[in-house]
Design a protein around this ligand. Sequence first.
Ligand SMILES: [Zn+2]
Length: 592
Amino acid sequence: MSISVNWDLDSIFEGGSQSKSLADFLSQLTTDLDTFEAAGVPDALTHATQPAWVDAIQTLFDLGARLNQASSFVGCLISQDVKDDKALQLMGQTEQLGAKLGAIWTKFQAAFAEQDDAAWTTLVTDTALNSVAFYLNKSRTLARQKMAPELETLANDLATDGYHAWGRLYDIVSGDKEVEFEGKPTSLGQLQSRFFDDPDREVRQSAFKLFEESWADLAKTCALALNFQAGFRLALYKHRDWQSVLHEPLLNNRFSADTLDTMWDVVDAKSGKLLDFFDAKAKLFGIDKLSWFDVYAPVGEVNQTFTYKDASDFVVDSINTFDTDIAAYCRMAIDNRWIESEDRSGKRAGAYCTSLPLTRESRIFMTYNGSYNGMLTLAHELGHGYHSWVMRDLPYGARRYTMSVAETASTFNEMVVRNASFDASQDDQERLSILATKLNDAASFLMNIRARFIFEQAFFDERAKKQLSVDELNDLMLSAQKTAYKDGLADYHPLFWASKLHFYITYAPFYNFPYTFGFLFSNGVYAQAMAEGPTFQKRYVALLRDTGSMDTEDLAQKHLGVDLTQPEFWETAVDRVLADVDDFVALANKLA
Ligand SMILES: [Zn+2]
Protein backbone atom coordinates (compact mmCIF):
# COMPACT_ATOMS: atom_id res chain seq x y z
CA MET A 1 0.00 0.00 0.00
CA SER A 2 1.37 3.40 -0.89
CA ILE A 3 1.49 6.19 1.66
CA SER A 4 0.18 9.63 0.85
CA VAL A 5 2.44 12.60 1.48
CA ASN A 6 -0.56 14.96 1.46
CA TRP A 7 -3.08 15.24 4.19
CA ASP A 8 -6.82 14.89 3.93
CA LEU A 9 -8.60 18.11 4.87
CA ASP A 10 -11.77 17.51 2.86
CA SER A 11 -13.18 15.11 5.40
CA ILE A 12 -13.28 18.03 7.86
CA PHE A 13 -14.63 20.77 5.58
CA GLU A 14 -14.88 19.99 1.90
CA GLY A 15 -13.41 22.38 -0.65
CA GLY A 16 -10.45 24.07 1.05
CA SER A 17 -10.68 27.81 1.59
CA GLN A 18 -13.64 27.96 -0.82
CA SER A 19 -15.55 25.45 1.30
CA LYS A 20 -19.27 26.13 1.49
CA SER A 21 -19.63 24.03 4.63
CA LEU A 22 -16.89 26.04 6.36
CA ALA A 23 -18.55 29.33 5.41
CA ASP A 24 -21.87 28.07 6.79
CA PHE A 25 -20.16 26.80 9.93
CA LEU A 26 -18.52 30.17 10.57
CA SER A 27 -21.66 32.12 9.93
CA GLN A 28 -23.66 29.93 12.35
CA LEU A 29 -20.87 30.32 14.93
CA THR A 30 -20.95 34.11 14.53
CA THR A 31 -24.71 34.17 15.08
CA ASP A 32 -24.46 31.92 18.13
CA LEU A 33 -21.65 34.01 19.63
CA ASP A 34 -23.65 37.21 19.16
CA THR A 35 -26.76 35.67 20.70
CA PHE A 36 -24.76 34.39 23.64
CA GLU A 37 -23.03 37.72 24.15
CA ALA A 38 -26.35 39.56 24.13
CA ALA A 39 -27.77 37.20 26.76
CA GLY A 40 -24.97 38.21 29.16
CA VAL A 41 -23.97 36.59 32.44
CA PRO A 42 -26.85 34.90 34.36
CA ASP A 43 -28.19 36.49 37.56
CA ALA A 44 -26.39 35.92 40.87
CA LEU A 45 -25.75 32.22 41.44
CA THR A 46 -28.39 30.58 43.65
CA HIS A 47 -30.18 27.27 43.66
CA ALA A 48 -32.77 28.80 41.32
CA THR A 49 -30.32 30.23 38.78
CA GLN A 50 -27.95 27.27 38.84
CA PRO A 51 -29.39 25.59 35.72
CA ALA A 52 -28.89 28.83 33.77
CA TRP A 53 -25.24 28.90 34.89
CA VAL A 54 -24.68 25.29 33.89
CA ASP A 55 -26.19 26.05 30.50
CA ALA A 56 -24.17 29.20 29.96
CA ILE A 57 -20.86 27.58 30.90
CA GLN A 58 -21.53 24.58 28.69
CA THR A 59 -22.32 26.93 25.83
CA LEU A 60 -19.05 28.77 26.46
CA PHE A 61 -17.08 25.54 26.10
CA ASP A 62 -19.11 24.53 23.08
CA LEU A 63 -18.41 27.85 21.35
CA GLY A 64 -14.72 27.42 22.22
CA ALA A 65 -14.59 23.93 20.73
CA ARG A 66 -16.31 25.06 17.52
CA LEU A 67 -14.01 28.04 17.14
CA ASN A 68 -11.01 25.81 17.78
CA GLN A 69 -12.24 23.43 15.07
CA ALA A 70 -12.53 26.27 12.54
CA SER A 71 -9.26 28.00 13.37
CA SER A 72 -7.27 24.75 13.38
CA PHE A 73 -8.67 23.97 9.95
CA VAL A 74 -7.95 27.45 8.59
CA GLY A 75 -4.42 27.24 10.04
CA CYS A 76 -3.93 24.04 8.03
CA LEU A 77 -5.09 25.77 4.85
CA ILE A 78 -2.58 28.59 5.25
CA SER A 79 0.25 26.20 6.15
CA GLN A 80 -0.21 24.15 3.01
CA ASP A 81 -0.33 27.25 0.79
CA VAL A 82 0.91 30.48 2.33
CA LYS A 83 -0.41 32.41 -0.67
CA ASP A 84 -4.00 31.29 -0.19
CA ASP A 85 -5.55 34.75 0.20
CA LYS A 86 -8.99 33.39 0.93
CA ALA A 87 -7.56 31.34 3.80
CA LEU A 88 -5.79 34.40 5.19
CA GLN A 89 -9.09 36.24 5.09
CA LEU A 90 -10.76 33.36 6.94
CA MET A 91 -7.97 33.53 9.53
CA GLY A 92 -8.82 37.19 10.11
CA GLN A 93 -12.44 36.16 10.62
CA THR A 94 -11.63 33.43 13.15
CA GLU A 95 -9.27 35.78 15.00
CA GLN A 96 -12.06 38.29 15.37
CA LEU A 97 -14.37 35.61 16.71
CA GLY A 98 -11.59 34.57 19.08
CA ALA A 99 -11.22 38.11 20.42
CA LYS A 100 -14.96 38.28 20.96
CA LEU A 101 -15.08 34.94 22.76
CA GLY A 102 -12.06 35.98 24.84
CA ALA A 103 -13.86 39.11 26.00
CA ILE A 104 -16.93 37.06 26.96
CA TRP A 105 -14.74 34.66 28.95
CA THR A 106 -13.15 37.57 30.79
CA LYS A 107 -16.59 38.81 31.77
CA PHE A 108 -17.60 35.35 32.98
CA GLN A 109 -14.37 34.88 34.93
CA ALA A 110 -14.94 38.17 36.72
CA ALA A 111 -18.47 36.99 37.49
CA PHE A 112 -17.15 33.62 38.78
CA ALA A 113 -15.04 35.57 41.29
CA GLU A 114 -18.06 37.45 42.61
CA GLN A 115 -20.31 34.45 43.30
CA ASP A 116 -20.90 33.08 46.75
CA ASP A 117 -18.39 30.35 47.73
CA ALA A 118 -20.90 27.72 48.80
CA ALA A 119 -23.10 28.25 45.74
CA TRP A 120 -20.01 28.02 43.53
CA THR A 121 -18.87 24.76 45.11
CA THR A 122 -22.31 23.26 44.51
CA LEU A 123 -22.25 24.46 40.91
CA VAL A 124 -18.92 22.89 40.01
CA THR A 125 -19.18 19.69 42.03
CA ASP A 126 -22.81 18.66 41.87
CA THR A 127 -23.70 19.36 38.30
CA ALA A 128 -22.76 18.37 34.77
CA LEU A 129 -19.79 20.70 35.22
CA ASN A 130 -18.04 18.32 37.59
CA SER A 131 -15.62 17.06 34.95
CA VAL A 132 -14.46 20.59 34.16
CA ALA A 133 -14.42 21.82 37.77
CA PHE A 134 -10.64 22.07 37.79
CA TYR A 135 -10.60 24.47 34.87
CA LEU A 136 -13.44 26.56 36.26
CA ASN A 137 -11.88 26.77 39.72
CA LYS A 138 -8.58 27.84 38.21
CA SER A 139 -10.31 30.59 36.24
CA ARG A 140 -12.11 31.77 39.34
CA THR A 141 -8.97 31.80 41.48
CA LEU A 142 -7.10 33.81 38.87
CA ALA A 143 -9.93 36.32 38.53
CA ARG A 144 -9.94 36.75 42.30
CA GLN A 145 -6.27 37.64 42.24
CA LYS A 146 -6.77 40.35 39.66
CA MET A 147 -7.98 43.93 39.97
CA ALA A 148 -11.64 44.93 39.72
CA PRO A 149 -13.09 43.88 36.33
CA GLU A 150 -13.35 47.44 34.98
CA LEU A 151 -9.69 48.07 35.81
CA GLU A 152 -8.63 44.80 34.18
CA THR A 153 -10.58 45.77 31.07
CA LEU A 154 -8.87 49.14 30.99
CA ALA A 155 -5.42 47.58 31.45
CA ASN A 156 -6.18 45.08 28.72
CA ASP A 157 -7.29 47.78 26.29
CA LEU A 158 -4.24 49.93 27.02
CA ALA A 159 -1.96 46.90 26.59
CA THR A 160 -2.83 46.56 22.90
CA ASP A 161 -1.00 49.74 21.91
CA GLY A 162 1.27 49.77 24.96
CA TYR A 163 2.59 46.52 26.37
CA HIS A 164 1.98 44.24 23.38
CA ALA A 165 3.06 46.97 20.98
CA TRP A 166 6.62 46.76 22.33
CA GLY A 167 6.66 43.12 21.34
CA ARG A 168 5.37 43.97 17.88
CA LEU A 169 7.94 46.73 17.49
CA TYR A 170 10.64 44.19 18.26
CA ASP A 171 9.25 41.73 15.68
CA ILE A 172 9.27 44.39 12.98
CA VAL A 173 12.70 45.82 13.77
CA SER A 174 14.35 42.39 13.94
CA GLY A 175 12.38 40.90 11.03
CA ASP A 176 13.29 43.74 8.66
CA LYS A 177 17.01 43.54 9.27
CA GLU A 178 18.96 42.06 6.39
CA VAL A 179 22.71 41.74 6.00
CA GLU A 180 25.07 40.51 3.32
CA PHE A 181 26.75 37.19 4.00
CA GLU A 182 28.89 35.39 1.44
CA GLY A 183 27.71 37.97 -1.09
CA LYS A 184 24.05 37.16 -0.57
CA PRO A 185 21.26 39.05 1.24
CA THR A 186 20.66 37.13 4.47
CA SER A 187 18.13 37.51 7.28
CA LEU A 188 19.29 37.27 10.87
CA GLY A 189 17.45 33.97 11.20
CA GLN A 190 19.34 32.51 8.23
CA LEU A 191 22.58 33.84 9.66
CA GLN A 192 21.84 32.07 12.92
CA SER A 193 21.40 28.70 11.25
CA ARG A 194 24.78 29.20 9.55
CA PHE A 195 26.61 29.57 12.85
CA PHE A 196 24.64 26.77 14.45
CA ASP A 197 24.77 24.16 11.72
CA ASP A 198 27.59 24.80 9.30
CA PRO A 199 30.23 22.07 9.47
CA ASP A 200 32.96 24.59 8.58
CA ARG A 201 34.24 26.36 11.69
CA GLU A 202 35.40 29.43 9.79
CA VAL A 203 31.95 29.91 8.32
CA ARG A 204 30.40 29.55 11.77
CA GLN A 205 32.82 32.04 13.24
CA SER A 206 32.27 34.71 10.60
CA ALA A 207 28.50 34.19 10.63
CA PHE A 208 28.46 34.62 14.39
CA LYS A 209 30.65 37.73 14.24
CA LEU A 210 28.31 39.34 11.75
CA PHE A 211 25.32 38.22 13.83
CA GLU A 212 26.65 39.96 16.95
CA GLU A 213 27.49 43.11 14.98
CA SER A 214 24.01 43.21 13.47
CA TRP A 215 22.31 42.86 16.82
CA ALA A 216 24.60 45.52 18.26
CA ASP A 217 23.12 47.90 15.65
CA LEU A 218 19.61 47.06 16.86
CA ALA A 219 20.45 46.78 20.55
CA LYS A 220 19.40 50.27 21.61
CA THR A 221 15.88 49.83 20.23
CA CYS A 222 15.62 46.30 21.64
CA ALA A 223 16.74 47.54 25.06
CA LEU A 224 14.00 50.16 25.07
CA ALA A 225 11.36 47.62 24.07
CA LEU A 226 12.52 45.18 26.76
CA ASN A 227 12.68 47.87 29.46
CA PHE A 228 9.27 49.30 28.67
CA GLN A 229 7.40 46.04 28.39
CA ALA A 230 8.93 44.88 31.67
CA GLY A 231 8.01 48.21 33.25
CA PHE A 232 4.42 47.73 32.13
CA ARG A 233 4.32 44.25 33.62
CA LEU A 234 5.82 45.35 36.93
CA ALA A 235 3.30 48.19 37.22
CA LEU A 236 0.41 45.88 36.46
CA TYR A 237 1.60 43.30 39.00
CA LYS A 238 1.93 46.02 41.61
CA HIS A 239 -1.68 47.03 41.10
CA ARG A 240 -2.76 43.41 41.32
CA ASP A 241 -0.68 43.09 44.46
CA TRP A 242 1.35 40.25 42.99
CA GLN A 243 4.69 39.99 44.77
CA SER A 244 6.65 37.90 42.30
CA VAL A 245 7.14 38.17 38.54
CA LEU A 246 6.91 34.37 38.51
CA HIS A 247 3.39 34.41 39.91
CA GLU A 248 1.68 34.55 36.53
CA PRO A 249 3.90 32.11 34.59
CA LEU A 250 3.72 29.59 37.43
CA LEU A 251 -0.06 29.86 37.53
CA ASN A 252 -0.18 29.42 33.77
CA ASN A 253 1.92 26.29 34.04
CA ARG A 254 0.14 24.88 37.07
CA PHE A 255 3.09 24.20 39.34
CA SER A 256 4.65 25.85 42.36
CA ALA A 257 7.78 27.91 42.99
CA ASP A 258 9.04 25.07 45.22
CA THR A 259 8.92 22.65 42.32
CA LEU A 260 10.66 25.12 40.04
CA ASP A 261 13.42 25.80 42.57
CA THR A 262 13.99 22.10 43.16
CA MET A 263 14.22 21.44 39.44
CA TRP A 264 16.81 24.20 38.90
CA ASP A 265 18.82 23.12 41.97
CA VAL A 266 19.14 19.61 40.56
CA VAL A 267 20.06 20.98 37.13
CA ASP A 268 22.65 23.23 38.72
CA ALA A 269 24.15 20.37 40.71
CA LYS A 270 24.39 17.95 37.79
CA SER A 271 24.75 19.82 34.51
CA GLY A 272 28.54 20.25 34.91
CA LYS A 273 28.74 16.73 33.48
CA LEU A 274 28.01 18.26 30.08
CA LEU A 275 31.46 19.85 30.13
CA ASP A 276 32.89 16.38 29.37
CA PHE A 277 30.71 16.40 26.24
CA PHE A 278 31.93 19.90 25.34
CA ASP A 279 35.58 18.90 25.85
CA ALA A 280 35.24 15.79 23.70
CA LYS A 281 33.53 17.83 21.02
CA ALA A 282 36.27 20.50 21.17
CA LYS A 283 38.86 17.78 20.72
CA LEU A 284 37.09 16.57 17.58
CA PHE A 285 37.27 20.12 16.23
CA GLY A 286 40.94 20.41 17.21
CA ILE A 287 40.38 23.27 19.62
CA ASP A 288 40.79 23.76 23.39
CA LYS A 289 37.32 24.96 24.27
CA LEU A 290 34.06 25.38 22.39
CA SER A 291 32.84 28.85 21.48
CA TRP A 292 29.18 29.81 21.54
CA PHE A 293 28.93 29.06 17.82
CA ASP A 294 30.42 25.55 18.23
CA VAL A 295 27.97 24.17 20.75
CA TYR A 296 25.50 22.80 18.19
CA ALA A 297 27.96 22.24 15.36
CA PRO A 298 27.48 18.84 13.74
CA VAL A 299 29.77 15.92 14.58
CA GLY A 300 29.69 12.46 13.07
CA GLU A 301 27.37 11.84 10.15
CA VAL A 302 24.06 10.22 9.43
CA ASN A 303 24.50 9.47 5.75
CA GLN A 304 21.33 7.56 5.29
CA THR A 305 18.27 9.17 3.84
CA PHE A 306 14.88 7.59 4.18
CA THR A 307 11.81 7.79 2.00
CA TYR A 308 8.72 8.99 3.80
CA LYS A 309 7.39 5.46 3.77
CA ASP A 310 10.58 4.05 5.28
CA ALA A 311 10.64 6.79 7.91
CA SER A 312 7.02 6.18 8.91
CA ASP A 313 7.60 2.43 9.03
CA PHE A 314 10.68 2.90 11.18
CA VAL A 315 8.77 5.18 13.57
CA VAL A 316 5.86 2.76 13.86
CA ASP A 317 8.09 -0.32 14.21
CA SER A 318 10.36 1.15 16.85
CA ILE A 319 7.46 2.45 18.89
CA ASN A 320 5.75 -0.91 18.48
CA THR A 321 8.55 -2.76 20.27
CA PHE A 322 7.93 -0.40 23.13
CA ASP A 323 4.18 0.15 23.16
CA THR A 324 1.69 -1.37 20.75
CA ASP A 325 -1.06 1.13 21.53
CA ILE A 326 0.97 4.23 20.60
CA ALA A 327 2.24 2.40 17.52
CA ALA A 328 -1.32 1.55 16.45
CA TYR A 329 -2.26 5.20 16.78
CA CYS A 330 0.72 6.28 14.65
CA ARG A 331 -0.17 3.72 11.97
CA MET A 332 -3.76 4.97 11.91
CA ALA A 333 -2.73 8.65 11.65
CA ILE A 334 -0.41 7.83 8.75
CA ASP A 335 -2.91 5.61 6.93
CA ASN A 336 -5.82 8.00 7.47
CA ARG A 337 -3.79 10.77 5.86
CA TRP A 338 -3.64 13.00 8.91
CA ILE A 339 -0.13 14.09 7.94
CA GLU A 340 1.05 16.61 5.36
CA SER A 341 4.70 15.88 4.65
CA GLU A 342 5.39 16.72 1.01
CA ASP A 343 8.60 18.65 0.29
CA ARG A 344 7.42 21.44 -2.02
CA SER A 345 7.55 25.22 -2.19
CA GLY A 346 4.70 27.43 -1.06
CA LYS A 347 4.31 25.72 2.33
CA ARG A 348 5.02 27.45 5.61
CA ALA A 349 8.15 26.51 7.53
CA GLY A 350 8.26 24.35 10.63
CA ALA A 351 6.16 21.51 11.96
CA TYR A 352 3.20 21.26 14.28
CA CYS A 353 0.29 19.10 15.33
CA THR A 354 -3.14 20.66 15.61
CA SER A 355 -6.23 19.04 17.07
CA LEU A 356 -9.76 19.24 15.75
CA PRO A 357 -11.93 18.93 18.84
CA LEU A 358 -15.27 18.32 17.11
CA THR A 359 -14.13 15.52 14.81
CA ARG A 360 -11.74 14.29 17.53
CA GLU A 361 -8.85 14.06 15.12
CA SER A 362 -5.49 15.74 14.66
CA ARG A 363 -3.56 16.96 11.67
CA ILE A 364 0.22 17.05 11.49
CA PHE A 365 2.01 19.54 9.32
CA MET A 366 5.65 19.17 8.32
CA THR A 367 7.96 19.12 5.32
CA TYR A 368 9.75 15.81 5.13
CA ASN A 369 13.10 16.06 3.34
CA GLY A 370 14.39 12.54 3.86
CA SER A 371 16.72 13.42 6.72
CA TYR A 372 17.14 11.74 10.07
CA ASN A 373 15.86 14.89 11.78
CA GLY A 374 12.77 14.78 9.61
CA MET A 375 12.04 11.30 10.92
CA LEU A 376 12.41 12.53 14.50
CA THR A 377 10.03 15.40 13.75
CA LEU A 378 7.48 12.90 12.50
CA ALA A 379 7.81 10.85 15.70
CA HIS A 380 7.60 14.01 17.82
CA GLU A 381 4.45 15.35 16.19
CA LEU A 382 2.81 11.93 16.33
CA GLY A 383 3.41 12.08 20.09
CA HIS A 384 1.38 15.29 20.25
CA GLY A 385 -1.30 13.62 18.18
CA TYR A 386 -1.40 10.64 20.54
CA HIS A 387 -1.78 12.94 23.53
CA SER A 388 -4.90 14.52 21.99
CA TRP A 389 -6.12 11.12 20.87
CA VAL A 390 -6.21 9.61 24.37
CA MET A 391 -8.12 12.70 25.57
CA ARG A 392 -10.58 12.79 22.70
CA ASP A 393 -13.65 11.63 24.64
CA LEU A 394 -13.15 14.10 27.51
CA PRO A 395 -15.21 17.30 27.71
CA TYR A 396 -13.55 20.20 25.95
CA GLY A 397 -12.91 22.02 29.23
CA ALA A 398 -10.92 19.03 30.51
CA ARG A 399 -8.72 18.75 27.44
CA ARG A 400 -6.72 21.92 27.89
CA TYR A 401 -3.24 21.34 29.21
CA THR A 402 -0.35 23.72 29.77
CA MET A 403 3.03 24.10 28.14
CA SER A 404 4.75 22.34 31.05
CA VAL A 405 3.21 18.97 30.18
CA ALA A 406 2.49 19.57 26.49
CA GLU A 407 5.79 18.02 25.40
CA THR A 408 5.47 14.84 27.47
CA ALA A 409 4.24 12.50 24.74
CA SER A 410 6.17 14.16 21.90
CA THR A 411 9.54 14.03 23.66
CA PHE A 412 8.73 10.49 24.76
CA ASN A 413 8.16 9.32 21.17
CA GLU A 414 11.28 11.05 20.02
CA MET A 415 13.35 9.27 22.68
CA VAL A 416 11.99 5.88 21.69
CA VAL A 417 12.87 6.45 18.03
CA ARG A 418 16.29 7.97 18.74
CA ASN A 419 17.22 5.04 20.94
CA ALA A 420 15.92 2.53 18.41
CA SER A 421 17.97 4.13 15.65
CA PHE A 422 21.04 4.18 17.87
CA ASP A 423 20.62 0.48 18.60
CA ALA A 424 20.02 -0.30 14.93
CA SER A 425 23.10 1.55 13.74
CA GLN A 426 26.40 -0.28 13.10
CA ASP A 427 28.26 2.84 12.00
CA ASP A 428 30.37 4.71 14.56
CA GLN A 429 30.06 8.08 12.82
CA GLU A 430 26.32 7.65 12.79
CA ARG A 431 26.17 6.62 16.43
CA LEU A 432 28.33 9.60 17.37
CA SER A 433 25.97 11.91 15.53
CA ILE A 434 22.89 10.44 17.23
CA LEU A 435 24.45 10.83 20.67
CA ALA A 436 25.52 14.37 19.84
CA THR A 437 22.01 15.45 18.85
CA LYS A 438 20.67 14.03 22.11
CA LEU A 439 23.30 15.85 24.11
CA ASN A 440 22.74 19.05 22.14
CA ASP A 441 19.18 18.90 23.46
CA ALA A 442 20.53 18.43 26.95
CA ALA A 443 22.74 21.52 26.53
CA SER A 444 19.73 23.49 25.29
CA PHE A 445 17.39 22.57 28.10
CA LEU A 446 19.83 22.38 30.99
CA MET A 447 22.12 25.29 30.05
CA ASN A 448 20.75 27.58 27.36
CA ILE A 449 17.23 27.77 28.77
CA ARG A 450 18.60 28.04 32.29
CA ALA A 451 20.71 31.05 31.23
CA ARG A 452 17.53 32.69 29.90
CA PHE A 453 15.77 32.08 33.19
CA ILE A 454 18.66 33.40 35.30
CA PHE A 455 18.91 36.45 33.08
CA GLU A 456 15.19 37.20 33.12
CA GLN A 457 14.97 36.98 36.89
CA ALA A 458 18.02 39.22 37.40
CA PHE A 459 16.70 41.64 34.80
CA PHE A 460 13.34 42.01 36.55
CA ASP A 461 15.07 42.54 39.90
CA GLU A 462 17.13 45.38 38.43
CA ARG A 463 14.31 46.76 36.33
CA ALA A 464 12.21 47.25 39.45
CA LYS A 465 14.82 49.83 40.46
CA LYS A 466 15.70 51.46 37.13
CA GLN A 467 15.93 51.20 33.35
CA LEU A 468 18.87 49.17 32.08
CA SER A 469 21.31 50.20 29.38
CA VAL A 470 22.60 47.97 26.59
CA ASP A 471 25.86 47.47 28.47
CA GLU A 472 24.07 46.55 31.67
CA LEU A 473 21.89 44.04 29.82
CA ASN A 474 24.98 42.56 28.18
CA ASP A 475 26.65 42.19 31.57
CA LEU A 476 23.61 40.47 33.07
CA MET A 477 23.41 38.08 30.13
CA LEU A 478 27.09 37.26 30.15
CA SER A 479 26.99 36.45 33.83
CA ALA A 480 23.84 34.30 33.39
CA GLN A 481 25.47 32.36 30.56
CA LYS A 482 28.68 31.79 32.51
CA THR A 483 26.69 30.43 35.43
CA ALA A 484 24.46 28.20 33.33
CA TYR A 485 27.28 26.91 31.10
CA LYS A 486 29.49 26.33 34.16
CA ASP A 487 32.20 28.52 32.65
CA GLY A 488 32.54 25.77 30.07
CA LEU A 489 32.81 27.87 26.89
CA ALA A 490 35.61 30.02 25.48
CA ASP A 491 33.19 32.85 24.73
CA TYR A 492 29.51 33.69 24.97
CA HIS A 493 26.71 35.68 23.34
CA PRO A 494 26.03 38.75 25.53
CA LEU A 495 23.50 40.17 23.07
CA PHE A 496 21.35 37.06 23.40
CA TRP A 497 18.77 39.18 25.27
CA ALA A 498 18.33 41.09 21.99
CA SER A 499 18.58 38.22 19.50
CA LYS A 500 16.16 35.87 21.29
CA LEU A 501 12.57 36.52 20.36
CA HIS A 502 11.32 34.67 23.45
CA PHE A 503 12.11 37.59 25.75
CA TYR A 504 9.66 39.72 23.78
CA ILE A 505 6.64 37.40 23.77
CA THR A 506 4.31 39.50 25.85
CA TYR A 507 1.57 36.85 25.93
CA ALA A 508 3.77 34.38 27.78
CA PRO A 509 6.18 35.93 30.30
CA PHE A 510 9.15 33.75 31.25
CA TYR A 511 8.80 31.76 28.07
CA ASN A 512 11.71 29.58 29.13
CA PHE A 513 11.42 27.39 32.21
CA PRO A 514 8.39 25.40 30.96
CA TYR A 515 10.67 24.05 28.20
CA THR A 516 13.15 22.60 30.67
CA PHE A 517 10.34 21.40 32.89
CA GLY A 518 8.60 19.63 29.99
CA PHE A 519 11.81 18.03 28.75
CA LEU A 520 12.80 16.69 32.17
CA PHE A 521 9.27 15.67 33.03
CA SER A 522 9.09 13.57 29.88
CA ASN A 523 12.49 12.05 30.61
CA GLY A 524 11.32 11.19 34.11
CA VAL A 525 8.24 9.51 32.69
CA TYR A 526 10.40 7.64 30.18
CA ALA A 527 12.72 6.47 32.96
CA GLN A 528 9.72 5.02 34.80
CA ALA A 529 8.42 3.40 31.64
CA MET A 530 11.79 1.72 31.03
CA ALA A 531 11.97 0.53 34.62
CA GLU A 532 8.44 -0.83 34.70
CA GLY A 533 7.96 -2.30 31.22
CA PRO A 534 4.64 -3.00 29.44
CA THR A 535 2.40 -2.48 32.48
CA PHE A 536 3.35 1.18 32.42
CA GLN A 537 1.15 1.79 29.35
CA LYS A 538 -2.07 2.07 31.35
CA ARG A 539 -0.54 4.56 33.75
CA TYR A 540 0.92 6.55 30.86
CA VAL A 541 -2.47 6.97 29.21
CA ALA A 542 -4.10 7.83 32.53
CA LEU A 543 -1.44 10.47 33.14
CA LEU A 544 -1.90 12.03 29.71
CA ARG A 545 -5.68 12.06 30.15
CA ASP A 546 -5.37 13.94 33.43
CA THR A 547 -3.05 16.64 32.07
CA GLY A 548 -6.01 18.95 31.51
CA SER A 549 -7.54 18.59 34.93
CA MET A 550 -4.83 18.57 37.59
CA ASP A 551 -2.02 20.66 38.96
CA THR A 552 1.28 19.24 37.79
CA GLU A 553 2.43 18.15 41.26
CA ASP A 554 -0.85 16.26 41.78
CA LEU A 555 -0.53 14.67 38.37
CA ALA A 556 2.95 13.40 39.15
CA GLN A 557 1.93 12.19 42.60
CA LYS A 558 -1.13 10.34 41.34
CA HIS A 559 0.34 8.67 38.27
CA LEU A 560 4.05 8.43 38.94
CA GLY A 561 4.01 8.31 42.73
CA VAL A 562 6.61 11.08 42.94
CA ASP A 563 6.86 14.41 44.72
CA LEU A 564 8.00 17.12 42.33
CA THR A 565 8.99 19.45 45.15
CA GLN A 566 11.66 16.91 46.18
CA PRO A 567 14.86 16.30 44.20
CA GLU A 568 14.56 12.53 43.54
CA PHE A 569 12.36 12.64 40.44
CA TRP A 570 14.45 15.41 38.89
CA GLU A 571 17.68 13.60 39.70
CA THR A 572 16.48 10.49 37.91
CA ALA A 573 15.41 12.58 34.92
CA VAL A 574 18.67 14.54 34.68
CA ASP A 575 20.75 11.37 35.14
CA ARG A 576 18.86 9.77 32.26
CA VAL A 577 19.58 12.74 30.05
CA LEU A 578 23.25 12.79 30.95
CA ALA A 579 23.73 9.04 30.67
CA ASP A 580 24.91 9.50 27.07
CA VAL A 581 27.87 11.72 28.00
CA ASP A 582 30.30 8.91 28.82
CA ASP A 583 29.30 6.95 25.71
CA PHE A 584 29.87 10.02 23.59
CA VAL A 585 33.29 10.67 25.12
CA ALA A 586 34.37 7.05 24.63
CA LEU A 587 33.22 7.00 21.03
CA ALA A 588 34.78 10.39 20.28
CA ASN A 589 38.12 9.22 21.71
CA LYS A 590 37.94 6.10 19.59
CA LEU A 591 37.32 8.13 16.44
CA ALA A 592 39.76 10.98 17.19
ZN1 LIG B 1 6.39 19.68 20.42
